[in-house]
Design a binder for this molecule. Structure first.
Ligand code: AMP
Ligand code: GLY
Length: 430
């Protein structure tokens, strides 16, 4: 089969890496890809949000199956446009992608079908939103309705901070169109867990659990980012919790989407908070997490491609995915300054040496130079990914590879999985 992966991040490198290994894959293309992806796929210069360009590309290259990585083209209707052109694709339709594309749609669905999530109200008027915040008190959470690239959420410790976030979104347009409507919701507490399933409109297949590290710096300090590292499995995800999340959150959602005439196909990624009252939904994403995907792909023993195709075909009940017992860790290396302003084009050396340690280096924002070098082109640049018999061994292996990379303009967190490791140690000692 000829396969096209859409996107250019670490998630798409991991997907290409896994798909290229499939015996079903004859030719693999990626649009637009990056310097790391170019080692496993032919990169084509069409942007991930250029829906029309991608439809043309799929027909030019006789693509049999498209795998869409990021949310934006899904929300823009790429899968619908490809279907109209007779090309099968992995991912939800635009109406099903609204689970991520519109938080008020997602919250409304939860309310109608009794799916546990934070209490909320939606607003387009700043004065009404501020009156609500004053009545509720802090801490309280203000969110943009639409896609805001991970920047649309303010967890406000005080009423004034919440009011400022409301003004910024509704009066100053700081989230752009995405913030023309906002959600004000109850601030929940508890550990966070990323829960991934494949769905085919009806059948749901849970994937391995993973945890992300959203803050930029060690000890969960600094600004929120797209994710600075991940690990899998998550010690938080027990079998009992998996069953509960499936029964109370995931299965009701997939059934609700079908009932609403927008059956969900693709990866459904629930951001969960494990509150004192049980697991509750923070948000839905309609694609793999980045960097969680990198950890999942190196742990997957089965061929991913038949599972992705079965999701599109409504045939997931025939799929059984096998996972390695080993743990996986991804350490993200980012450009200094990320998630704020950063320099582009800084040279990265030592990638070969890092790969020789046994780690897999997924590229997220890189380009090749004419003389064969690699430069950083994005905020998140590399996802250094390693397996180990234990989470501790995986962590040591990942940081050995990180230490082999010579990139003075980059930084990473040094505490990926540290909290999970010390919790595990405390349990052993108990
Ligand atoms: P989201 O993009 O909706 O997942 O929000 C980003 C981050 O903000 C989450 O990972 C949480 O850490 C935090 N957050 C979002 N909603 C809430 C909430 N209702 N209560 C507490 N924290 C939240
Ligand atoms: N790692 C978080 C995300 O992909 O949204």
């Amino acid at each position: 089969m000829n396969i096209l992966v859409v996107g250019s991040g670490g998630r798409e490198h991991a997907l290409c890496w896994a798909i290229e290994a499939s015996p079903l894959c004859d030719r693999l293309y990626c649009a637009p890809g990056n310097a790391g992806i170019a080692a496993v796929a032919e990169c084509l210069p069409v942007a991930a949000d250029d829906v029309e360009g991608l439809v043309v590309l799929a027909s030019e290259k006789a693509i049999d199956f498209v795998v869409v990585g990021p949310e934006q083209p899904l929300v823009l209707g790429l899968v619908d446009r490809l279907a109209a052109a007779g090309v099968k694709a992995f991912g939800p339709s635009a109406s099903a992608a609204a689970l991520e594309g519109s938080k008020s749609f997602m919250k409304g669905l939860c309310a109608r079908y009794g799916i546990p999530t934070a209490r909320y109200a939606t607003f387009t008027d700043a004065e009404a939103a501020k009156a609500h915040v004053r009545a509720e008190g802090a801490p309280i959470v203000v969110k943009a309705d639409g896609l805001a690239a991970g920047k649309g959420v303010v967890v406000a410790a005080g009423v004034e901070e919440a009011e400022a976030a409301i003004d910024a979104a509704l009066l100053e347009g700081s989230f752009g169109e995405a913030g023309a409507e906002i959600i004000v919701e109850e601030c929940m507490t508890g550990p966070e867990l990323s829960f991934f399933v494949l769905a085919d409109g009806e059948t749901v297949l849970p994937l391995a659990g993973a945890q992300d590290h959203k803050r930029a710096y060690d000890n969960d300090e600094g600004p929120n980012t797209g994710g600075m590292g991940a690990f899998s499995p998550s010690p938080l995800l027990t079998d009992a919790l998996r069953r509960r999340v499936m029964a109370e959150i995931i299965e009701p959602t997939v059934a609700a989407m079908k009932a609403e005439g927008a059956p969900f196909k693709g990866v459904l990624y629930a951001g969960l908070m494990l509150t004192p009252d049980g697991p509750k939904l923070l948000e839905y994403n309609v694609r793999f997490g980045d960097p969680e995907c990198q950890a999942l792909m190196v742990r997957l023993k089965s061929d991913i491609l038949p599972a992705l195709i079965a999701s599109a075909d409504g045939a997931l009940s025939t799929v059984d995915l096998r996972w390695r017992d080993e743990a996986a860790i991804v350490v993200v290396m980012a450009s200094k300054g990320y998630p704020g302003a950063y320099r582009k084009g800084t040279p990265i050396k030592g990638l070969k040496k890092a790969g020789e340690t046994g780690a897999t280096i997924f590229h997220a924002g890189t380009a090749s130079t004419d003389d064969g070098g690699i430069v950083a082109t994005g905020g998140r640049v590399l996802g250094v990914t390693a397996l180990g018999a234990t989470l501790g061994e995986a962590r040591d292996a990942a940081y050995r590879a990180v230490d082999a990379i010579d990139w003075p303009e980059g930084f990473c967190r040094r505490d990926i999985a540290a909290a999970a490791l010390s919790a595990a140690r405390a349990e052993e000692g108990a």
